[in-house]
Design a protein around this ligand. Structure first.
Ligand SMILES: Nc1ncnc2c1ncn2[C@@H]1O[C@H](COP(=O)(O)OP(=O)(O)OP(=O)(O)O)[C@@H](O)[C@H]1O
Ligand SMILES: [Mg+2]
Length: 494
């Protein structure tokens, strides 16, 4: 038997929230020098477990040992002192503060008379970001940055504290392949130095890239822990979902109809320079680009959230000038934005979060369509397997992936005929993805059109009728379905 140094040991951890037993009994250990990938369906309890280890939630049962010593009354401060660092799934940055302040929050470098040494602070922040190969202006306010950049700052902040046990909760959900590979380099370095890492992801393809062991959670229990070499996709999927999965990409052939949404020479933000396209009825038009290629600006410009710098937009053949999202919704558009925190109403349950879209701009009376709200909620809770299937819990308490499903349900039920889905499956587990694609197929078969902006190659290959590849803010290729391959997407994007 090989001997391992155990950094962290959990024994029968339980977490009961009012009305929800989120963790029933979790026992696992983390070894020095390993990456343990933690898998599980949306709502399985992964983030709850991480928050317990970071001292943000108190367990209602079980014990935690750090480096062989039992700890109780874990608080965020104590967790940091014990060398536990967490990169949150739902980023925990302060939007109105600078990048530097967020990285060093509560521990800014001070000079003479205890004054904050801003020059040093910004230089240190820049240096810390460089370790991940990131060039972000440390003086920028965090709220002005893209989700991917915010994710990198969240990671930098955790690394800056030099944790012995690093917990990463879906750190790559918004990152490009190149950013991910830099993160993986940093993780490998930490491994060599004897740190222990728990890594949560819904990207099963990351297992062979980074994992030493894999632990699968289901409904608040550990189903199994296995060496990475035994954790092929088929095995882990069956451990995760415990049922037969539907076909992953249920693509249907649909005859294309008239133009629904078109843009001519659209330019927006810094990155989008020149985009022209026509999206037809019944079509799923994919958009792919590496980070900064302009795809992040498209949705806002089309939806009237960010004024376009140049170009024209037309809906059903007639030119439009949206001044707000209400204008866009009134014209039959729907938008699932890449940052779900912007679209969620956290202190409301599922019903109002879904009905929001079809009520915008309507009179007060027609807002009280409770039977429809109930009917649509029930339908999508079942179709997308939203958990908990409750009509009373506020969305704030839902797991990240389940929140994403609710926002998807909002636009799928909205009756909007032109849907802009910007990174639609971010944070969604492998089983629910198949359900999302099935609903997308149904919507286009019923005559809707979908603009699917995605960084997931296999999803574009599986679902799109055509893909526009962006490079440097312009279209570098337009691929018909037969030519949508990984090689082509990457070749024209880089
Ligand atoms: N503060 C809370 N109050 C009540 N219930 C909660 C709270 N936090 C989490 N839960 C519930 O605990 C369960 C597990 O949630 P958790 O966020 O840990 O899931 P997860 O595995 O991280 O899922 P995902 O892959 O979607 O991120 C869910 O049913 C969730 O609704
Ligand atoms: Mg989670």
């Amino acid at each position: 038997m090989e001997e391992y140094e155990i950094l962290l040991k959990l024994d029968r951890i339980e977490k009961r929230f009012p009305g929800v037993l989120a963790l029933k009994s979790i026992s696992l250990d983390v070894r020095a020098g390993e990456v343990q990938v933690l898998l599980g369906e949306n709502g399985a309890g992964k983030s709850t477990l991480m928050k317990i280890l970071a001292g943000e939630h108190e367990p209602t049962g079980g014990t935690i040992e750090v480096a062989g010593r039992r700890v109780s009354g874990l608080t965020p401060t104590l967790a940091t002192e014990l060398g536990i660092g967490l990169v949150h799934q739902e980023l925990s940055l302060v939007p109105a503060l600078s990048v530097t302040e967020n990285i060093f929050l509560g521990r800014m470098p001070t000079g003479a008379f205890g004054r904050i040494d801003w020059k040093k602070a910004h230089a240190d922040a820049r240096h810390a970001l460089e370790a991940l190969g990131v060039a972000i202006d440390p003086t920028a306010e965090v709220r002005t940055l893209e989700v991917a950049e915010q994710q990198l700052i969240e990671i930098t902040r955790a690394l800056e504290r030099g944790p012995r046990i690093l917990l990463l909760d879906e750190p790559t959900s918004a990152l490009s392949d190149s950013e991910r590979s830099r993160l993986f380099d940093v993780i490998r370095l930490l491994k060599q130095r004897g740190h222990g890492i728990i890594y949560i992801s819904h990207h099963l393809s990351e297992i062979p890239m980074i994992a030493d062991r894999v632990t699968v959670l289901r409904d608040g229990i550990v189903v199994d822990t296995l060496p990475a070499a035994e954790a092929d996709e088929e095995t882990v999927i069956s451990l995760m979902v415990g049922r037969q999965l539907a076909e992953q990409f249920p693509k249907r052939t649909v005859t294309l109809g008239s133009p629904a949404l078109a843009a001519e020479h659209l330019a927006a933000g810094h990155a989008l320079k020149d985009l022209s396209f026509t999206l037809h009825r019944g079509e799923i038009l994919g958009v792919y680009g590496l980070m900064g290629a302009g795809q992040a600006e498209i949705a806002g410009a089309l939806f009237g959230l960010q004024p376009a710098r140049a170009g024209t937009i037309s809906v059903n053949g007639a030119p439009v000038h949206f001044r707000s999202s209400a204008d866009a919704i009134a014209a039959g558009l729907g938008l699932l934005s890449r940052d779900r925190r912007q679209s969620l109403v956290p202190m409301q349950p599922i019903g109002p979060n879904i009905s929001l879209s079809w009520l915008a701009g309507k009179s007060l009376l027609s807002r009280l369509d409770l039977p429809r709200e109930r009917e649509e909620s029930t339908r999508y809770v079942a179709d997308l397997r939203i958990r908990p299937a409750s009509t009373t819990h506020n969305l704030f308490f839902y797991s990240g992936g389940n929140q994403q499903k609710v926002i998807l349900a909002r636009w799928m039920s909205s009756g909007a005929s032109i849907l802009i889905f910007d990174e639609p499956t971010r944070g969604i587990d492998v089983g629910a993805k198949a359900e999302v694609f099935a609903v997308m197929s149904r919507l286009v078969a019923e005559g809707a059109s979908i603009l699917m902006i995605s960084s997931e190659l296999n999803e574009l290959i599986g679902m799109a009728d055509r893909v526009l590849v962006l490079r440097g803010g312009r279209i570098s290729a337009e691929l018909p379905r037969a030519e949508i391959t990984q090689e082509n997407l990457l070749r024209y994007a880089s």
